[in-house]
Design a protein around this ligand. Structure first.
Ligand SMILES: NC(=O)c1ccc[n+]([C@@H]2O[C@H](COP(=O)([O-])OP(=O)(O)OC[C@H]3O[C@@H](n4cnc5c(N)ncnc54)[C@H](OP(=O)(O)O)[C@@H]3O)[C@@H](O)[C@H]2O)c1
Length: 325
């Protein structure tokens, strides 16, 4: 049996309890691809899954990692869109996790991308060919933030001059979305806890920076993008909106409208697991055109993947953490 290195959880626990271990190389079944992983990025759901925050839905040993770029090394029966040697990138969840987080109709089975090899389903809008001009590490970094930024832009439909408040702007999603809002000529207020964060946001198009304290939120806002606050903290953010304003939130679970404390604004919960607005092909186009990019904060080898997940969970760097086998 051929084995590979992988980041492994053997039970629910903290990121520090993960290990790098040898597992059998997964083989593709019907409709599936096997990839040699070139880069995988770390996302908040990787930690939520292993700590049990999504519920007791995992099967162990569990390999985290949903966002990847890699080379096709084997195709299962029935795969026509990809061949051995193709460069691809995208997003795939273990089926159990996907059912728990999204309830989406399209399956997207994955064995976990924080490994030397991953097997995943080919026929999903969340997987696409990687353009040659998009390096593997940047492609892996861009997957969730890029698709989420496209959906936020489409749903927010910001008009030139509209006042927009971005809460959680220093996260990977915010850093990727901000340039799209700036290109739409929005008037952008964005949150940052540090000087370095504020400077980065200004460089990406923010007009003014405020801290995390809701006391500093502006008023008369047309659109709020909530990229971090849980349901019980939405009312303070919703108070900033003008009557008729739009409140977009990406934070799971979808909030009850009553949590906003306003019945004169629109509430939109953003989740596009089926890739209707944020397919990987669209993300690839955005990357080629230069409008989509996610800064990479740090790169780790797979041998150091435990440190990579711990750093993501405990220190919130400005930009993505990418692991390269
Ligand atoms: N629904 C969807 O489709 C979707 C898509 C992508 C992400 N998400 C979810 O969105 C969340 C953010 O993801 P991400 O990858 O962008 O996060 P991330 O990279 O982990 O960053 C989160 C950011 O929020 C900042 N923050 C923390 N508390 C804050 C507060 N009270 N006010 C303002 N900013 C605050 C943090 O700054 P400090 O480090 O200074 O605290 C950090 O920069 C996660 O929960 C993720 O699961 C959902």
């Amino acid at each position: 049996m051929t084995t590979m290195k992988a980041l492994v959880a053997t039970d629910y626990g903290q990121p520090e309890q993960l290990t790098v271990a040898e597992l059998p190389v997964p083989r593709p079944g019907p409709g599936q691809l096997q990839l040699r992983v070139a880069a995988a990025s770390i996302n908040p759901p990787d930690t939520y899954a292993i700590t049990g925050a999504f519920g007791r839905v995992l099967e162990f040993p569990y390999v985290p990692g949903t966002d990847f770029a890699g080379t096709v090394t084997e195709t299962g029966p029935g795969v026509t869109a990809y061949r051995v040697g193709d460069e691809v990138f995208g997003h795939a969840l273990p089926r159990s996790l996907r059912a728990a987080t999204a309830g989406a109709a399209r399956p997207s089975l994955s064995t976990g991308a924080l490994a030397e090899y991953v097997v995943l389903e080919a026929d999903t809008p969340k997987v696409a060919h990687r353009p040659p001009s998009l390096p593997a590490d940047q492609a892996a970094a861009l997957v969730i933030p890029g698709s989420t930024a496209l959906v936020l832009r489409a749903v927010a439909a910001v008009q030139p001059g509209e006042k927009i408040l971005v809460i959680g702007a220093t996260g990977a999603t915010g850093l990727t979305t901000l340039p799209l809002l700036a290109a739409a000529k929005a008037d952008i207020t964005a949150t940052a806890a540090t000087e370095a964060g504020g400077e980065l946001l200004r460089g990406l198009g923010a007009d003014r920076i405020i801290g995390h304290d809701p006391e500093g939120y502006p008023t008369g806002v047309d659109v709020v993008l909530n990229l971090i606050l849980p349901e019980d903290r939405l009312a303070a953010a919703a108070r900033t909106l003008r009557p008729g304003g739009r409140f977009l939130t990406i934070i799971f679970p979808p909030p009850e409208p009553a949590k906003l404390g306003r019945d004169d604004v629109e509430l939109h919960f953003i989740l596009d697991t089926d890739g209707k607005l944020g397919s990987m092909a669209t993300v690839a186009e955005g990357a080629i055109s230069g409008e989509l990019a996610t800064p990479i904060a740090r790169r780790y080898r797979l041998d150091d993947a435990v440190r990579a997940v711990v750093e993501h969970a405990r220190h919130h760097p400005l930009g993505k953490i990418v692991v390269q086998p």
